[in-house]
Ligand binder design. Structure first.
Ligand code: UGA
Length: 445
């Protein structure tokens, strides 16, 4: 089967590389020439563990290609994946489908009879049908099918998520689409991956519902963490206890500074706006968004409260990526903290093992250090914003000695409470803070 993938963002690139790993002949297309030039040298424009090695091996085997022009490969393709970006529209809420329909205009003249167009990007219900109708208008004589096949991979574990997914979701309108998609995912089917087959709109909605539900879990546990702080509870304990209930599940119950990234914030807003428009408002999703926005602000305030008068103070931000194992800073909860500190005139130093480059472009006045200890020089507080392993493995005595005041604000709860305090730190975390840990806490940890 010959496959073309339009768009080489996270979803497109990982899908293309993994399908070539399955043995298919795959060409990935991108309209940014500088990106294509990098990809042709087997350099990944994104940091994703394992991706570059897999790219290189499949390109070496002659199964994976990168091009800038659809006319080179779409005419020979049996399957064309749409994996272009679907950002938030200018109003900050609706999903902007302009790149999707621009891609349709581009590929339509080149599609061959019998082609299956697979919609991988996250689009509101009804979009795949619109895509079908638009191709029909542009090519009235073409015999083709459209499949909706949303992607559930996470940044940082994208290869694993593609190769061992919880499920593959297919929305179809005919047997040809179904058969082509099932053929593509046969290696996963043979590993007993559930493959669901339903309507186009059902598949489209399932993607939004999944992200919104997970985001809701995060906002929920973050609010329970607030409650823990009022009643001397410990959020780690509470998460563990409720997670042991199989109906709840133990995933996505880590309290933190709020969710970020390119998906949860954008998709929850898009779902809420879409649902309002079609007359089925999603109150829980609206509340999830509001709780998260408020949380990001309050985390910044928590840092300011902890340092007292900001005049002449230095604060070190450890981690700016929206989560570990990615260099992505889009809607990272670290950004509002940086913004507020800078606004208050605090000197900000920072370190991130992967995201320094994009972050330094946005924050040129921050001092970007090569390691956490250099970043902590003369600081009146360090703030852990991302759960990087390198921050779990901090040498606490070295960190303390670099700082002016040993204050650690751990917004990811990656340290055990007794450890930083044993090294002389004042330690503030999420949902488990009291002035001093008691013997009972120490025993529990
Ligand atoms: C998310 C979904 O998990 C994927 O299934 C989906 O395919 C993807 O969006 C997408 O739509 O493309 P991703 O944005 O890579 O993946 O990141 P997640 O691991 O889901 O984390 C999202 C945010 O929630 C991060 O800011 C993370 O720190 C936060 N989070 C997650 C918590 O604060 N606590 C948790 O327990 C889990």
């Amino acid at each position: 089967m010959i496959i073309t993938i339009i768009g080489t963002g996270y979803v497109g690139l990982v899908t293309g590389v993994c399908l070539s790993e399955f043995g298919f002949d795959v060409t990935c297309i991108d309209n940014q020439p500088e990106k294509v030039a990098l990809l042709q040298k087997n350099i990944s424009p994104i940091y994703e563990p394992g991706l570059e090695q897999m790219m290189r091996s499949n390109a070496d085997e002659g199964r994976l290609h990168f091009e800038g022009d659809v006319s080179a490969c779409v005419p020979g393709s049996d399957v064309v994946f749409l994996a272009v970006g679907t950002p938030s529209a200018d109003n900050g809420e609706d999903v902007d489908l302009r790149y999707v329909f621009a891609a349709i205009e581009d590929i339509a003249p080149h599609l061959k009879d019998g082609v299956v167009v697979i919609v991988k990007c996250t689009v509101v219900p009804g979009t795949s049908k619109r895509i079908h109708d638009r191709i029909g208008e542009l090519r009235p004589d073409l015999d083709f099918s459209v499949v909706s096949n949303p992607e559930f991979l996470r940044e940082g574990s994208a290869i694993q998520d593609f190769m061992r997914p919880d499920r593959v979701v297919l929305g179809i309108h005919d047997d040809r689409g179904r058969m082509a998609a099932e053929q593509l995912y046969r290696p996963l089917k043979l590993q007993d991956t559930p493959i669901t087959v339903g309507s186009l709109a059902g598949a489209e909605l399932s993607k939004y519902a999944a992200n919104a539900f997970l985001a809701m879990k995060v906002s929920f546990i973050n609010q329970i963490a607030d409650l823990c702080e009022k009643v001397d509870g410990n959020i780690i304990e509470v998460s563990e206890i409720i997670g042991l209930d199989g109906r709840i599940g133990d995933k996505f119950l880590r309290a933190g500074p709020g969710f970020g990234g390119s998906c949860f914030p954008k998709d929850t807003r898009a779902l809420a706006a879409f649902a309002r428009k079609v007359g089925a408002p999603q109150d829980l999703v609206e509340a999830t968004i509001e709780v998260n926005e408020d949380r990001k602000r309050r985390m910044a305030e928590r840092v300011l409260d902890a340092i007292g008068d900001p005049t002449g103070k230095t604060v070190t931000i450890l981690g700016v990526a929206f989560k570990s194992d990615t260099d992505d800073i889009r809607e990272s909860p670290a950004l509002p903290v940086l913004d507020m500190l800078i606004e208050k005139g605090v000197n900000v130093r920072a370190f991130d093992p992967k995201a320094t480059e994009p972050a330094a472009k946005l924050y040129p006045d921050v001092v970007w250090a090569g390691d956490p200890y250099e970043a902590a020089l003369g600081a009146h507080a360090v703030v852990i914003m991302t759960e990087w392993n390198v921050l779990r493995a901090l040498e606490l005595d070295r960190l303390r000695d670099a700082m002016a005041v040993p204050l650690m604000i751990d917004l990811r709860n990656i340290h055990k409470r007794k450890e930083p305090t044993r090294f002389g730190f004042s330690y503030i975390s999420i949902g488990r803070d009291r002035a001093e840990p008691t013997e009972l806490d120490t025993a529990a940890e």
